[in-house]
Design a protein around this ligand. Structure first.
Ligand code: KG4
Ligand code: ZN
Length: 321
């Protein structure tokens, strides 16, 4: 079964063709991240305009790289939320048009739940599994009893872990490069200690907004910001975030007697997190950040086709399944 998936929830326009949920025939991503650099974050209107420009060429390229045409595609899949309304609409309306024109089934996909199916591409998962989805907008823990059976266990009460990385990166002068820049700069030479919010509270929730305030306090304490200070702050931020993520994931794993631990989402690309959770299954780095491969994979394992007339973008689509 070959699925053509489309993803446009943030600033990446992506399309992919995946066979039986695991065999990647193509994976094409056009990003407008660089265009948002001078604004210090994603500008929704700019992202939407870029999606509009890129979406057809991206789909064409995904079919061409997979060496198939539409007649070989069994089903379409598209991200319907959560995400930016202007961005989502471009993907959803394009997918509806293709469904109408070709008569192919179409599967709506929840972007956040889909992230965890990046783990299915190269791995066989033993259930029950604990799955941490950690991205720019989400930090969520799920219990996976099977490929289809998900239960939301907890999530962030305020900011996502990726947001904490991104805001710190901007403060330290790394622009929109986010967590990767923090990872590259991280080097301990000066003693800085940041809090590990909710680490020992016994719940499966997270909170990262207090950490942001603490980081700002450290920054303001110094009159000048030497390279050593920036490296040390980057180090401690990465330690604080990853310590909390690891502690909560392991707690969930013990509580539910998990046979495997999965991590996914952009922050799962973080090498320190991967090192601190050696037993966890993680997608290849390029499948952690946004792409359409896991959209197709989710659609294969858990998706249900709908009539294209019923497909709508839902910017605040819930992840609490
Ligand atoms: O999953 P994703 O591409 O988009 C969302 O769905 O949000 O995640 C993007 C997030 C950003 O916050 C980015 O800074 C973070 O993933 N990220 C990283 C790394 N690579 C991407 N955070 C820490 N370390 C990394 N290596
Ligand atoms: Zn994402």
């Amino acid at each position: 079964m070959k699925i053509l998936a489309i993803e446009s929830s943030a600033d990446e326009t992506a399309a992919a063709v995946v066979e039986n949920g695991t065999k990647v025939l193509s994976n094409v991503i056009a990003s407008s991240t660089a265009m948002h650099e001078k604004y210090g974050g994603i500008v929704p209107e700019v992202a939407a305009r870029e999606h509009l420009r890129s979406i057809i060429p991206t789909i064409d390229e995904a079919l061409s790289q997979a060496n198939v045409d539409m007649s070989a595609i069994d089903s379409l899949a598209v991200t319907v939320g959560p995400g930016l309304i202007g961005s989502l609409l471009i993907g959803v309306e394009t997918a509806k048009t293709v469904a109408m024109a070709t008569g192919k089934p179409i599967i709506p996909v929840n972007h956040v739940l889909a992230h965890m199916y990046a783990n299915f591409i190269e791995n066989t998962i033993a259930f029950p599994a604990i799955s941490l989805v950690v991205s720019g907008g989400h930090t969520e823990l799920f219990l996976m009893k099977s490929e289809q059976d998900l239960e939301w266990l907890g999530g962030t009460l305020d900011d996502a872990a990726g947001e904490a990385f991104d805001k710190t990166a901007r403060l330290l002068g790394f622009g929109n490069q986010g967590g990767v820049a923090i990872q590259q700069a991280a080097k301990k030479s000066l003693p800085i200690t940041l809090p590990r919010p909710l680490m020992h509270d016994g719940s499966l929730n997270f909170s990262f907004s207090g950490l942001k305030t603490a980081i700002l306090r450290e920054w303001k304490k110094q009159e000048t910001h030497s390279e050593k200070f920036i490296q040390s702050l980057a180090y401690e931020v990465q330690e604080a975030i990853t310590d909390v993520l690891v502690a909560k994931t392991l707690r969930a794993s013990e509580k539910y007697k998990a046979k495997s631990i999965l991590i996914s989402g952009g922050v799962a690309a973080n090498l320190r997190l991967r090192k601190k959770l050696p037993s966890a299954i993680a997608p290849p780095i390029n499948l952690c950040t946004d792409n359409a491969v896991y959209i197709a994979s989710y659609a294969f394992f858990r998706g249900k086709p709908v009539d294209w007339h019923e497909l709508t973008a839902v910017p605040d689509l819930s992840v609490e399944v």
